[in-house]
Every structure is written in C-alpha cells, then in structure tokens.
Ligand binder design. Structure first.
Ligand SMILES: N[C@@H](CCC(=O)N[C@@H](CS)C(=O)NCC(=O)O)C(=O)O
Length: 202
C-alpha cells in the first residue's frame, strides 16, 4: 500500500490526498508533525532530503514534488479523466500544473506564511509585495475560466486539484478572490468529497 507523508495545513499535501481520495486509491497517511519540526528529523530527511511534504512511497519507489506525485498516480492507475493523455486537455492540464508551481505558489506562500502562520515573526512587507503581485495572477485565472468549467476543459483534472489546494490556503488570509468564474470553479472543486477529506479537520 502507498505510504504518504503529509501535513494537513500543507497545500502541496492537500492535492495528493484529494486525488487519492477521489480516485479511491488505498494509502496509509503519516502525518509529519511540522509544527514540532518533524520534517527536520534525521528519520524524515532520509525519506525526503528537502525536508518537505508530501512524499509518496510505492514499494521501492520514493517520490516527492506534489505535482509529480499527481502525474505518477494518474499514469500508474490510468486515471485519464484526471490527467488527459492527449489533445488540448493534456496541454492545458500540463500548463496549469506548472503555472501553479511557477507563478502562483510562491506568492501564496509569501502571503499566508507571513500574515498567518509565522505570527509575530512574519515579514509583512514581503506579504504586501506578494499580494500586489498575486492580483494579476487572479485575473489570468478568471479570464481563462471564462466559458470553461475547469482549467483543462469540461471535467476536473489534477490541475484543478493542484490549483484549488493553493487557493484554499488564501482563505487563511481572507484573500480568496471574489470574482465570479474563480468562485464558481473553486466552489465546485471544494465540494468534491476527496477535496473535503484533504482539508484540515478543525
Ligand atoms: N515543490 C514542492 C513544495 C513542497 C513544500 O513546499 N512543502 C512545504 C509544506 S506546504 C514544506 O514541507 N515546507 C517545509 C520546508 O520547506 O522546510 C512540492 O510541490 O511538493
């Protein structure tokens, strides 16, 4: 059975849990106690030398990088709905998976980490700068969703799970964009039982 190392407040973990749950794939979840430095222990560094979650272990195969894990699971389980294999669906799915990592993730982290999770140690200037830069990213998302139910077409894919896992995080900073296409899309993903299961149980 898959062994997943994750943390409930981690958006990168959330997308993997969402897919495993949505696809009904059996796995054992090991919560890495990040608040207590569980990701920095020798034991965990042997699992992931980047001291990050998530990490997935599949027998002798050990894989980190959340979007790579999503692709791996889809190929391994032939989840073509979640990861289209050809055509525009494939192109858009790949594009948005990478866009999420390259264009959105760091800005989201800079905001939420500094405004919320680091408390009095947060760098509010860094958060303000990131907020300025993230707004045009929301415009790109809103425009793309014009006339599209999901980022890669008419069905949800791993690109949606990946993006929505980051967008959820913005709720902690009360920064979820209130524009109609993003809200409609996010609501649909948020209602997926697998996505619900991936959220911190408070
Ligand atoms: N590119 C990685 C990023 C993973 C990541 O940043 N994980 C965060 C939690 S959301 C983490 O473990 N941070 C601890 C650290 O970097 O020391 C991925 O997509 O999996």
């Amino acid at each position: 059975m898959y062994q997943l190392y994750s943390f409930p407040y981690s958006p990168h973990s959330r997308r993997v849990v969402s897919l495993l749950e949505q696809a009904g794939i059996a796995y054992e979840n090991h919560m890495v106690p990040m608040m207590e430095g569980g990701h920095m222990t020798d034991e965990y560094l042997r699992i992931n030398p980047n001291h990050q979650v998530p990490t997935l272990i599949d027998g002798a195969i050990r894989i980190h990088e959340s979007n790579a894990i999503l692709r791996y699971l889809c190929v391994r389980h032939e989840l073509a709905d979640w990861y289209p294999v050809s055509g525009e669906g494939f192109a858009l799915c790949e594009q948005w998976l990478d866009w999420n990592q390259c264009q959105l993730a760091k800005l989201m982290v800079d905001i939420v980490l500094n405004r919320v999770f680091l408390g009095e140690h947060g760098n509010l200037q860094a958060a303000d700068a990131a907020e300025e830069l993230i707004r045009p990213k929301f415009d790109v998302m809103e425009d793309h969703l014009n006339g599209r139910a999901f980022f890669a077409g008419s069905k949800p894919t791993i690109a949606d799970l990946s993006l929505a896992s980051n967008m959820f995080q913005l709720n902690f900073a009360q920064l979820m964009p209130q524009t109609p296409n993003i809200l409609r899309w996010y609501q649909t993903i948020a209602e997926l039982p697998g996505f619900q299961k991936s959220l911190p149980q408070v």
